[in-house]
Design a protein around this ligand. Sequence first.
Ligand code: GLN
Length: 540
Amino acid sequence: MVNNTQKQTKYIFVTGGVASSLGKGIIAASLAKLLQSRGYSVTIQKLDPYLNIDPGTLNPYEHGECYVTEDGAETDLDLGHYERFLNTPTTQGNNVTTGRIYQSVINRERKGEFLGKTVQVIPHITDEIKRRVKLLSTKNKFDVVITEIGGTVGDIESLPYIEAVRQLRYDLGSHNTLVIHLTLIPYMSASGELKTKPTQHSVKALLESGVQPDILVLRTEKELGEEIKKKVALFCNVDSDAVIESIDVPTIYEVPLRMLSQKLDIVALRKLGLKVEDAKLDKWEAFVDRVKNPSCEVKIALIGKYTELPDAYKSIVESFIHAGAENNVKVRLQYVNSEEVTEDTVSDMLSDMGGILVAPGFGGRGIEGKIVATKFARESNIPFLGICLGMQCAVIEFARNVIGLKNANSTEVDERTPYPVIDIMEEQKNITEKGGTMRLGAYPCKLTVGSKAFEAYGTELISERHRHRYEFNNKYINDYIKAGMNPVGINPDTELVEVVEIPSHRWFVGVQYHPEYKSTVVNPQPLFVSFVKSVMDYKL
Ligand code: GLN
């Protein structure tokens, strides 16, 4: 940590304008990475302006992947980027939604804590937003808290957040706060021009709410040139070195380097009155170099039901980038819709794959295709990784086709199956509420020495994150061992089976937990690294 005589935490807010999905999360994470590389302790928070308490109940079509933290919070997928970039864990406090804000204000109102006053958006909701922003740094003192505000400036639902930013700037002083506004500079191919007007309007919308941005990051397909940057600076009241271009790049991991070359971090530190120490980014640069220049390529099928929406599997996709870089290989993911996989199509669809991953999921739709794909991987000796529902498919498939338990299933799919080899966890049986009630977050797991998982992790005791209600049914454990599928990872406290393997297979591992949530640039997840290695040994 930088020896910073001022102990005051500095707050950086990242807002977005003109369009959604411009990559605020990546810009926030990139800036955080740069500040971290200069010795500052940084955390990133996402404020989401929707009414759900958390994204746990949202369909992946609505919101992409639900990312799970160590402490078991179901959060926005941007938190995954924060962890992958910074290599530090996030917590429930790093993702707050409007639903959560209102819920706590309303709970306090019911307790009579407002002493007969009228409870209003301003000041009560904005106070709660401000409290949540500041709370992050009260437990663990951070030098800098970066708060990303979801949505787009001008949205009705974003207004209380922008108002809270205005108030916080007033409360804390402009030298302790910074606003970075990310907008889009569209390119009109008909006239061959880059257009700054939407950015001007979006800054105007922020100004109407009393917030003057300090730094503008302009997302663009084409290089902007000095003229455009100067024009934007002039119209939007920002210094010309505080207009930063964010051009499309082949990998998100290059964004911090692009921001570094334009001194985004230096401009931010200067404005916050913080010292500029040397940036140590050698490891990051080496990683980006490996991502961009792999020595060869392998193909892995990702069998899931949200295949037209890769964001649903964001952490898995990123884990393969980390594991690929570690192995100096590019992993080409082939998204395969499990509903299209049948005994008739499977060979055509999967025989030229170097590896097969069966993805997590909920409910019965597409599960039979996942089971067929698992069978194909097992019988063809193709490296296989099953995650959560993917592991459960491996267990079901093995029961049906090797042990001979006809119609074995998970009770999630078929409550009346004669062989419930996957069954609801005891503590889940009486739960009726859907939100935040699964088995969530980090739990320990003890691995069998000599197993593939043990080889991958290089240690017996591991901890991984979970998100499920169903589990391996221990009643059948001996049938599995006898037939050649071993439980090689067990929760030492509850005896839950967390990892299964087929030792006679080249590389066949199913995990009840989600290894993908813990993969970072600095620490690629060991199972993914080992899986990719086995794919290379098989195919190259
Ligand atoms: N639906 C399964 C369960 O709840 C698997 C969950 C998952 O894949 N995350 O146990």
